[in-house]
Design a protein around this ligand. Structure first.
Ligand SMILES: Cc1cc2nc3c(=O)[nH]c(=O)nc-3n(C[C@H](O)[C@H](O)[C@H](O)COP(=O)(O)OP(=O)(O)OC[C@H]3O[C@@H](n4cnc5c(N)ncnc54)[C@H](O)[C@@H]3O)c2cc1C
Length: 609
């Protein structure tokens, strides 16, 4: 058994920042991560970090752009905190040595990004995330913060009170990838989940194979609701063959989108008459798919992104990485030809419901970064707003878990008297149906009595043993691929009731097939087959919450388009969707969005660009 004051699960931008803050607040802090920190997916971030740094810009404009970009589904207290803290937290990175790109006069450069009213995105070439990770990992090493890397966290250890709001998180259970041992980690003050996104729930994604929604699934099964899961961002410029991202920085620097007829369609067909290519991501992604549907796509699949006119010097200075990606993955030389791009799953706006201090409704359980929903992105995240979220709310979660007083949060969490229940009829009974066998026993993070951690460790050891002992059945890859295809086919950019119901049925089938899953690789060490089998179980839960949210939200807001109701319905839907795991099945409820900021209310307006 290992023991620390604060345990941070995940070593991406959010986890590293949380650990530094918890350590600075005096807590004995450790990071537990399935990857070495600098291999975390934050390293793939290309474009930059939004922060109002320059004269002429201010945090209020940043907050306004973010509320508008969210299609008025973000909570104003969180958005204002993000916009207010981002400048100082970004400059702290600079003081820690982050090599931001600079202007001739030495000032940190900032570029325009989609949906921003001011060029507010700071960057380090087109490798911002890579430098961010390395800068913060240096700080972690410098402070001597303990890192358990290549430890896969399987579940949380929480107490078992009937109401999740009364539960307490006592620690985590993790699998040592190098030895195959399953061990308990006790957290005296708090566990912070910083496990990143669930992109692997989809077939065509810009996310790494490690983005399997583990933290989402663990928190969900322990009783913390998942919020606004239907809001998935599809990035307009991913490479068609692999999903690898071509940064919005290309359009920020002046890159242009063309259809197969050589038309600059964002203007030609009036998708965004003011901002064109730099409209918000949901707007551009839908425009591209409309072009393909109208027969104006290249090879009936994608459109072209052209940056040749920017000139070799500028491209090499600011976008060199993009040249390598286009060459390596599509065999295209971006200096002499346009690059093929199409929308790909990119980001989850929703996540584990937390307040401004990163706390869930379960005492001692926190979440930060992409796995959390505070919520600053609402229905659509603006490019460049995820990285500041990592550093602002990672820092707050770490400090609060370590005992710092950050004030009373305005955002409420968990089921309470301010929520509204849902009564939608579901096409299939979702949830744990078919999971009454041994898997269900090992499934919940909730222990039966005191000694929650010891019991959780025993359950997870039994789960590994069972998966390893079984010598035939279905392999996880088969189930995962069925799940990913169901999500990409039916819960993509364009959605309708019939399709989402089909997806829910297929997800239910995956859940049932998972009862017969087995691990082929008998190795005790570095058994990726075992790890991916467990991850697939998490993906099933997360995919189901995405599809459930998409089904019940019968309106068009931000990234969530519904064929049956193609308008934003502020009268009925200015509310967050919450899905919580309630006694073996999902239950859905709603909480009103908070539009009142410190000094003003963000009245919903038509969102045009
Ligand atoms: C290609 C790409 C480019 C992007 N570019 C930008 C950009 O320019 N600007 C911007 O603002 N946003 C950008 N984003 C979004 C942003 O990069 C991510 O949202 C953000 O980096 C996520 O950080 P994180 O710390 O939450 O998670 P991650 O960086 O994904 O880290 C997750 C961590 O959790 C660990 N982990 C996960 N599960 C477990 C488990 N079960 N046990 C133990 N450890 C676990 C992993 O090992 C990892 O260390 C981009 C996203 C993508 C995909």
């Amino acid at each position: 058994m290992y023991e620390h004051d604060v345990l941070v699960v995940g070593a991406g931008g959010a986890g590293l920042r949380a650990a530094i803050a918890a350590h600075e607040a005096g807590a004995d802090t450790a990071i537990v991560s399935k990857l070495h920190p600098v291999r975390s997916h934050t390293g793939a971030a290309e474009g930059g970090i939004n922060a109002a740094l320059q004269e002429g810009d201010d945090w209020e404009l940043h907050a306004y752009d973010t509320m508008k970009g969210s299609d008025y589904l973000a909570d104003a207290p969180a958005v204002e905190t993000l916009a207010q803290d981002a400048p100082e937290d970004t400059m702290r990175l600079e003081h820690w040595g982050m090599p931001f790109s600079r202007e001739e006069d030495g000032r940190v450069s900032q570029r325009p990004f989609g949906g921003l009213s001011y060029p507010r995105t700071t960057y380090a070439g087109a490798e911002t995330g890579h430098h961010l990770l390395h800068t913060m990992y240096e700080q972690v090493v410098k402070r001597g913060i303990q890192v358990y890397d290549e430890w896969y966290v399987m579940n949380l250890a929480t107490t078992d009170e009937e109401d999740p709001n009364d539960r307490q998180c006592e620690g985590i259970v993790a699998y040592d990838v190098q030895s195959g041992n399953v061990e308990g980690f006790k957290a005296n003050q708090g566990v912070i989940l910083a496990t990143g996104g669930p992109g692997q729930a989809f077939d065509h994604t810009t996310n790494a194979v490690s983005c399997t929604g583990d933290g989402h699934a663990m928190a969900y099964r322990a009783g913390a609701p998942l919020e606004d899961m239907e809001f998935i961002q599809f990035h307009p410029t991913s490479l068609p063959s692999t999903g690898v991202l071509i940064s919005e920085g290309v359009r920020g620097e002046g890159g242009i989108l063309y259809n197969n007829d050589g038309e600059r369609f964002m203007f030609e067909y009036g998708y965004a008459n003011n901002s064109g290519e730099l409209a918000s991501r949901d707007v551009v992604a839908r425009a591209e798919l409309d072009e393909v549907a109208e027969g104006r796509g290249v090879e009936d699949e994608y459109v072209h992104l052209d940056m040749r006119h920017l000139g070799e010097d500028r491209i090499l200075d600011r976008l060199e990485n993009i040249l390598h990606l286009a060459e390596d993955f599509e065999g295209v030389d971006g200096l002499v030809e346009p690059m093929p791009v199409k929308p790909g799953q990119h980001y989850a706006m929703g996540g584990i419901e937390v307040d401004e201090n990163g706390q869930t409704c379960i005492d001692g359980l926190y979440a930060a970064g992409e796995c959390a929903c505070v919520s600053v992105h609402g229905g659509n995240r603006l490019g460049g707003n995820a990285l500041p979220e990592l550093i602002v709310f990672g820092k707050r979660a770490g400090a609060h878990a370590a005992g710092d007083d950050l004030g009373e949060p305005e955002i409420r969490t968990g089921y309470g008297d301010d929520v509204e229940d849902d009564d939608t009829e579901l096409p299939v009974a979702p949830g744990a149906s078919g999971l009454d066998s041994t898997d269900a026993v090992a499934d919940g993070g909730v222990a039966a009595e005191t000694g929650a951690l010891e019991q959780a460790v025993e359950r997870e050891r039994a789960r590994v043993e069972r998966l390893m002992d079984k010598d035939s059945g279905v392999q996880h890859a088969e189930i995962r691929s069925k799940l990913q295809n169901a999500m990409t086919d039916y819960v993509n950019v364009f959605r309708n009731e019939e399709g989402i119901k089909k997806a829910l049925k297929l997800i239910r089938e995956c859940r049932e097939e998972y009862q017969d899953v087995y691990v082929d690789d008998p190795s005790k060490t570095f058994n990726t087959d075992l790890q991916q089998t467990i991850e697939t179980r998490n993906l099933i839960d997360v995919a189901e919450t995405i599809a459930l949210g998409a089904l019940v939200r019968n309106e068009f807001r931000g990234a969530h388009w519904r064929q049956e109701n193609q308008v934003r319905d502020d009268e009925n839907w200015l509310k967050h969707t919450l899905v919580s795991w309630d006694d073996g099945e999902p239950s859905i409820f709603y909480r009103p969005v908070i539009l009142e900021g410190e000094e003003k209310t963000y009245e919903p307006k038509v969102r045009s660009y």
